[in-house]
Design a protein around this ligand. Structure first.
Ligand SMILES: Nc1nc2c(ncn2[C@@H]2O[C@H](COP(=O)(O)OP(=O)(O)OP(=O)(O)O)[C@@H](O)[C@H]2O)c(=O)[nH]1
Ligand SMILES: [Mg+2]
Length: 400
């Protein structure tokens, strides 16, 4: 912790928190997580990318050609950049050139001094039915792994014989171990439903949540939130990340930098709450400009719900509602560290109250809305306002 002479520890900590929250305010957007998705043609890279990050990323789009063998996808407002290898056929005479090309691109990015520009993870796709792990591909994996970026082997299109696929996975593990690559994680995935001709049963996608979790385990901490926000598979991960955001704001309010008594600080308090709302929305793939967040509280909330910063301190019954809502969250499985905040810290408790209400609301909207619809800012502003208002009204009933 940086210590400035003449300040006590509390003041230093207070200033750091304030700077932390304020720098988030200015930058607004999350940085991009950079992921390479490599593998031979037809292994299912595009299908996997679509399943995890949504159709708009790699659907039919051509991407920006970076080199002959790499395309880059970077959708505005989605904090992820994907580098997809194209047309890779390791048995062709082009093999050597393509490996050099891809490895060169990755290695040059891996050495960028700005950690946000580096490649943060590599997913290497192998078709689970190929049953072949040798030759040029093995060389390729060895070279990519040596770059030193978190590396995951994704066994794709896992709709076939389970035992056979497991045997293939063991075989890969054995070969990796013999080459000193024993820590490479392997995840089995089916990214898209498989239907069978003439029978009315199908195999649903699986393994995507595991790939998300394993990737999160390996990603450096500074980029985890971006990955959580960009992926559309893990709801629990999104919730946990929102809780962290809420708790950051609760702690900041507790430290008192926007004052203990929100009554005389309605405007700064509301501004912080709106900033928190914006960050929570981002975790659910939703970018709302400041004016949309303001519109929500100006036009879409009932009078008593509109007085965010004001209502809590003057209406004493609200304290009970806040405790009731937080306890309800705990029952739902949240960690709710905010429950330990002193009841007299009204600003902090109020932040927790609105944070969880915002999170529940945006999650509700996210679950019933397509990725395309989430980009319609007017629609999202209206809908989110309606849901937040309804939930605030409902929560005035809990605890009674
Ligand atoms: N049902 C089903 N089909 C899949 C799955 N993964 C890939 N496929 C099919 O396999 C074919 C190839 O998949 P792509 O995702 O285009 O493969 P790719 O790795 O992007 O191929 P290139 O872009 O040529 O390198 C497509 O017809 C996909 O529909 C899956 O999980 N389930
Ligand atoms: Mg493709």
């Amino acid at each position: 912790m940086k210590k400035i002479s003449g300040q006590n520890e509390f003041e230093c900590e207070k200033e750091e928190l304030e700077m932390d929250i304020d720098s988030r305010n200015q930058s607004g957007d999350l940085p991009d997580a950079n992921i390479i998705v490599a593998g031979i043609t037809g292994t299912g890279k595009s299908t996997l990318i679509n399943a995890i990050f949504g159709e708009e990323i790699a659907a039919t789009g051509e991407g920006r050609p970076v080199t002959e063998y790499i395309r880059e996808y970077n959708e505005k407002n989605t904090p992820i950049r994907i580098w997809d290898t194209v047309g890779l056929e390791l048995d062709s005479e082009k093999t050597k050139k393509s490996i050099k090309d891809i490895k060169g691109t990755i290695a040059s990015k891996a050495s960028f001094s700005d950690k946000y520009d580096r490649i943060h993870a590599i997913w290497y796709c192998i078709n689970s039915g190929s049953n072949r792990y040798q030759g040029a591909e093995l060389e390729f994996i060895k070279e990519l792994y040596a770059v030193g970026v978190p590396f995951i082997i994704v066994l794709t299109q896992c709709s076939g014989d389970e035992e056979k696929i497991n045997r293939f996975e063991s075989e890969i593990k054995k070969i990796n171990a013999s080459m000193g690559l024993e820590d490479i994680r392997i995840v089995q995935v089916l990214a898209q439903t498989v239907k069978f001709r003439g029978v009315d049963w199908e195999i649903s996608p699986f393994g995507l949540d595991k790939l998300v979790n394993v990737t999160l385990e390996l990603l450096p901490g500074f980029i985890k939130r971006s990955f959580i926000a960009a992926q559309r598979i893990g709801k629990i991960q999104k919730r946990e990340e929102c809780e962290k955001i809420i708790y950051d704001y609760v702690k900041a309010a507790e430290k008192g930098f926007w004052e203990k008594v929100p009554l005389v600080n309605i405007i700064p308090t509301d501004r912080k709450i709106m900033q928190m709302t914006k960050e929570i929305c981002m975790v659910y793939n939703t970018y709302l400009p400041q004016e949309s967040i303001e519109r929500i509280s100006q036009y879409h909330l009932d009078f008593e719900n509109k007085l965010r910063g004001l209502i809590i301190p003057i209406y004493r019954g609200y304290s009970k509602k806040i405790t009731a809502l937080l306890e309800q969250k705990k029952e739902e499985g949240f960690s709710v560290e905010s429950l330990n905040v002193n009841k007299k810290d009204r600003a902090a408790r109020m932040v927790a109250f609105y944070g969880y209400t915002d999170m529940d609301s945006i999650e509700e909207l996210w679950e019933q809305t397509t990725a395309e619809e989430l980009k319609d800012v007017d629609r999202v502003t209206k809908e989110l306002g309606r849901i937040i208002n309804r939930r605030l009204r409902e929560s005035s009933k809990i605890g009674n």
